[in-house]
Design a protein around this ligand. Structure first.
Ligand code: FE2
Ligand code: FE2
Length: 292
């Protein structure tokens, strides 16, 4: 089994500091095999905000797969936007805009979808689609769960604004399907959500599990408390648990748990009554139960 913790939209500069220490504590306790941060680390791409984000990341488990979001490119200073772009992100967070992690059970590829020519929207380009092919296609579909991390999402909760979708998604989905990619992790919406890609992209024999994370630390919650996701992966199963901030107990507690299974048509939801039969833990890994 592998444990992946998925944080997003930290927005240092607009952070609720009361959630930061409990978040670090909870994530550390989960002992993830990999930590994902799907963009918007800062509110305005200022040095001080990146510095705070850097200090926060230094206190969290590694390895980390981090991608930038639209807020990590300077917004209001046109000169900085066009000529400096992600310079501060590269300086304080990471110079690697295509981070990759793999082991015997999972492969995780991060792609930068933030663009300096557009303030809010994002997209994938031809080189990134080639990177999906190079990095993920070779892994054995029956052994390795293949995941892609972007800031802008490939799918939306019901009623979502289609302009928030990552640009060139349909083109990328063809390669994603061809390489048997299983899970698409994203942020940007500030809303926790899971879905199946086949609802939007009709590709025979393929349906990726689409997972959006809410904002882990910012005050920009769009009606939801701060939250993050924990994925427990044991092929052919994945459990997506959302942990949400409970102000009354001052900690992150489980607010939803969903189980998915890989079938010949792709990833499909396991009904709750059958989920109890699934065992995720194995002898090598002891999983502390998330407290309620
Ligand atoms: Fe955001
Ligand atoms: Fe964003």
């Amino acid at each position: 089994m592998r444990i992946l913790v998925h944080l997003s939209d930290l927005h240092f500069g607009r952070v609720d500091y009361s959630v930061v220490e409990p978040l670090i504590e909870k994530v550390s306790e989960l002992k993830p095999d990999v930590l994902v941060v799907s963009g918007d680390l800062t509110q305005r791409a200022r040095s001080q905000q990146f510095k705070e984000a850097r200090e926060f990341l230094d206190r969290l488990p590694k390895p980390q797969i981090i991608v930038p979001g639209n807020h990590d490119v300077p917004m209001h200073n046109a000169y900085a936007r066009f000529f400096k772009g992600l310079n501060k992100y590269r300086r304080f967070i990471t110079d690697d805009l295509e981070p990759f992690y793999s082991d015997a059970e999972i492969a995780v590829l991060g792609l930068n979808t933030a663009r300096r020519f557009t303030i809010k929207y994002g997209r994938v380009n031809a080189e990134q689609i080639a990177a999906i092919r190079e990095r993920l296609c070779a892994f054995d579909d029956d052994k390795v769960t293949k995941m892609i991390v972007t800031h802008h999402p490939f799918d939306l909760p019901e009623g979502g604004d289609e302009s928030e979708l990552v640009g060139r998604a349909r083109l990328a989905m063809e390669t994603i399907a061809m390489c048997g990619a299983d899970v698409l992790l994203a942020g940007h919406l500030h809303v926790g959500h899971t879905g199946e890609s086949s609802a939007r992209y009709k590709i025979a024999g393929h349906s990726a599990l689409v997972v959006s994370a809410g904002t882990a630390t910012s005050t920009r919650g769009r009606g939801e408390p701060n939250s993050f996701n924990v994925l427990r992966i044991k092929h052919p199963f994945i459990n997506v648990e959302r942990l949400s901030w409970a102000a009354e107990s001052n900690r992150f507690t489980p607010s939803s748990t969903e189980h998915f299974k890989h079938t010949p048509d792709g990833w499909t939801r396991v009904p709750d009554e059958m989920a109890a039969e699934i065992t995720y833990s194995d002898e090598k890994t002891s999983v502390p139960p998330t407290d309620s």
